[in-house]
Design a protein around this ligand. Structure first.
Ligand SMILES: O=C(O)CCC(=O)C(=O)O
Length: 273
């Protein structure tokens, strides 16, 4: 049984994230639009409290106007802050660590990347997305997501990815060189229970995953089964799996009934050879 003790602003943040996750991807009416605006302001305030910083001048001067985008690039239709100038929080001040067992842990860094809509839009339009298939029981199944890779981050055309990888490398003392990405086109996109490939190669590893776009649930549970720990990941949040988490634990992003817009997850890895 994993006991997670949350500080007051973090508890509030998780409550707000759960409420945001329950909102439809596109604001259907004025009332939902206003509810979402209030929630995003509250989220920003909780994040600032966690970071120990006053509200950003950007946030204070920005009128909370809902962007009700209708295109597929409307990842953050209800996200007022995703449109700010991109910036990573090099202090990782909002980190909460959940100790899964003696040797495995997970960290959640809410609001780690500000202005995440820029990177989301770039990746959506520029990354080499492909549909992959799996053979199971002699049949070919389409994966419920699209996938893209940059086997050498240095060659990725999105400059911000270099900053992100360098900041993660410095903080976790791991040379992140490659990345793979998932595009969940809507709430039916998912990834089933699995451990990442790195778990087969390294006994302990540190795998950061950056969330962009729609808010989704991320679950992690013991490899042999049992209760899962659930995190709600909003655009710009970082989740990091560490220690033996890739060997002894399995993670997933489940399908959900509540409609959601597209989400991209960016997963970082060192060279494994
Ligand atoms: O989308 C996520 O948050 C997790 C992705 C993942 O587990 C994977 O690609 O291996």
């Amino acid at each position: 049984m994993v006991e997670v003790i949350l500080s007051e602003p973090l508890r509030r943040l998780r409550e707000i994230d759960a409420q945001l996750a329950a909102l439809p991807a596109q604001a259907p009416d004025e009332e939902t639009t206003q509810d979402a605006a209030v929630l995003w302001w509250q989220r920003e305030a909780a994040l600032n409290e966690l970071r120990g910083t006053p509200p950003s001048p950007h946030a204070r001067s920005q009128t909370p106007v809902m962007t009700n985008r209708n295109t597929v690039s409307g990842a953050s239709a209800l996200d007022l802050f995703a449109d700010l100038e991109p910036a990573v929080d090099t202090s990782f001040a909002t980190t909460t660590r959940i100790q899964l067992d003696e040797t495995s842990w997970i960290e959640h860094v809410p609001g780690w990347l500000t202005g995440s809509a820029h990177l989301f839009d770039q990746l959506l339009t520029e990354a080499p997305w492909e549909q992959r298939y799996r053979m199971m029981f002699g049949r070919r199944f389409q994966e419920p997501r699209l996938t893209a890779e940059y086997p050498d981050i240095a060659g990725a055309p999105q400059e911000l990815l270099h900053t992100v990888a360098d900041t993660l490398s410095n903080h976790f003392d791991v040379p992140y060189r490659k990345l793979w990405m998932n595009l969940y086109r809507d709430h039916r996109g998912s990834t089933g229970w699995h451990g990442d490939l790195i778990g087969k190669v390294q006994e302990v590893s540190t795998v950061p995953v950056l969330s962009l776009g729609a808010t989704r649930r991320f679950l992690i549970r013991p490899a042999e089964g049992g209760a899962s720990v659930s995190l709600i990941l909003a655009s710009g949040d970082l989740v990091v799996m560490g220690g033996r988490a890739q060997r002894d634990w399995r993670h997933s992003v489940p399908k959900q009934n509540t409609p959601a817009g597209p989400r991209i997850s960016v997963n970082f890895a060192p060279d494994l050879d």
